[in-house]
Design a protein around this ligand. Structure first.
Ligand code: DX5
Ligand code: ZN
Length: 217
């Protein structure tokens, strides 16, 4: 199966967000990656459920909501009601990770878990059977346009092994610094979904940018 591409709207032009989303869908995007930041978990603020609910009617594409917020439990129902298909929470932000993952499931949304580059991969082993997506940050979260951290791919390889050993089916996604140069290493390591913000939205030709990331050779 070919690698899925999830354009991150963090690097889109928000004054024409509808056109930006339509453009990447037209260009072959599989998911739309939505970066929610609270100014506490990360040093940046973006948007919340209100913006998500105005994106929802624009597309049937999977809305992949990446919560970079403290105490995500408090907002899961609101993001579910706003139309999230996947909600991904940071292992570093969850005091009771199983509880949070189950709250997401109970809200009728696919649960995902995400970790920062310096967080050991063992932290997520106990939750793997409960999630549909594992996201590895390949930059420290907060901003678009940062440099890819290749050491994270060792964690991807470990997750691929565990998935096989445990007979599970979660998708593996990476986020941060993905472009046509770094995509190949990710795909070789076993990544299923590539998030890319600046490498897509900073290009005029979005279809061309998506194709270059997907078909790295
Ligand atoms: C970073 C966000 C990313 C960001 C990626 O905190 O989670 O989704 O938009 O941007 P690029 O692809 O430009 O590194
Ligand atoms: Zn993200």
């Amino acid at each position: 199966m070919s690698t899925k591409i999830a354009p991150s709207i963090l690097s889109a032009n928000f004054s024409i967000l509808k056109e930006e989303i339509e453009d990447v869908i037209q260009g072959g995007a599989d998911y739309i990656h939505i970066d929610v930041m609270d100014g506490h978990f990360v040093p940046n603020i973006t948007f919340g459920p209100v913006v998500l609910s105005s994106i929802r009617p624009l597309t049937d594409a999977t809305l992949d909501v990446h919560l970079m917020i403290e105490e995500p439990d408090r907002y899961i129902q609101e993001f579910a009601d706003a139309g999230a298909d996947i909600i991904t929470v940071h292992v570093e932000a969850c005091r009771h990770l199983h509880r949070t993952i189950h709250l997401i499931k109970e809200a009728g949304v696919k649960p995902g878990v995400v970790m920062n580059p310096a967080t050991p991969v063992e932290m997520i082993k106990p939750i793997l059977k409960d999630v549909e997506l594992v996201l590895f940050m390949t930059v420290n979260p907060g901003f678009g346009g940062q440099v890819f951290i290749p050491e994270v791919l060792e964690k991807v390889q470990q997750a691929v092994k565990w998935r096989e050993e445990l007979g599970l089916a979660f998708e593996i996604e990476v986020d941060g610094g993905v472009n046509e140069m770094t995509a190949k290493q990710c795909i070789d390591a076993g990544v299923d979904v590539l998030v890319a913000g600046s490498a897509i939205f900073n290009e005029q030709d979005r279809q061309g940018a998506i194709d270059k990331i997907r078909n790295h050779e």
